[in-house]
Design a binder for this molecule. Sequence first.
Ligand code: F6R
Length: 240
Amino acid sequence: MKVKIQSKEKMNAEIAKLYIDMVKEKPNCVLGFATGSSPLGVYAKIIEAYQNGEVSFKDVTSFNLDEYVGLDETNDQSYRYFMNHNLFDHIDINKENTHVPSGIGDYEEKAKEYDKLIEEKGGIDLQILGIGSDGHIAFNEPNTPFDSLTHVAELASSTIQDNARFFSSIDEVPTKAVTMGLASIMKAKKIVLIATGLNKADAVKALLEGLVTIKWPCSILRNHPDVTVYVDHDAFSKVK
Ligand code: F6R
C-alpha cells in the first residue's frame, strides 16, 4: 500500500490525472466512483479536463459504490442525484452506462445482480474510495464479513451522525443502504482512497498500522496489491 501525505489540492489533481490517464489509455474502461465530500474536488478537476477538450468519457462505463435505501434519483440526497449533479451532467459519459445501486423497488434483488454486472463489463479498472470515521469503506460498517458482495446494510449510528450534516435533521438520514461488499471492492484492479481531516485520524491509523480485522473494514485494503492512500496531515496525525 502506498501512502501520500499531501494537500487536498494536490491529491485532487493527482487522482483526477489517474482517472483521465486511464480513460485516455483505455477509452472503454470501467471506472468506480464514490459519493460524499471526499471525491468532490477530484470530480471538479475531471470536469475541467473534459471542458478543456482533454478527454472524452463517451465509451466509459461506471459503477458507484452505494445508494441509500428509500431515496430515488429525484431526491437531492440520493447518491444518483449526487453523481448526476457533481459529475455525469458535466461530462459526455452516456448515462445509460453509469450504474448506481438502486435503493428503491426491488432493490434487494437488484443488489444481487450488481457484482455480476460489474464482472460482465470486465471489472473495475480504477476505484476511488472515501473512508468513514469508523473505518467503513462504501457502507461496509465494522463487522461486515470480508467475503461480502453487494448487499443491503444497516448504517452505524456514527455514520448516521456523520452524514446528518447533509440533511435538515438527523431523523431524515436513511438507516439502510445498498452497498458493494468488501469482496466486491477488493476485485477492483486499482484503488485510491482519500482521507482528510482529524475525524478520519483513527480510521487512517487502523488502515495503515492496525491488524487486518473486520472491526476496521478499511484494513482489508492491506491485502490488495494496488492501493494508494492519499491523506492530509490531520488525517495522518495519529500514525506513528
Ligand atoms: C460514499 C461512501 C462512503 C464515504 C464515507 C466518507 O459513496 O461510500 O463510504 O466515502 O462515508 O464520506 P465523506 O467523504 O463525506 O467524509
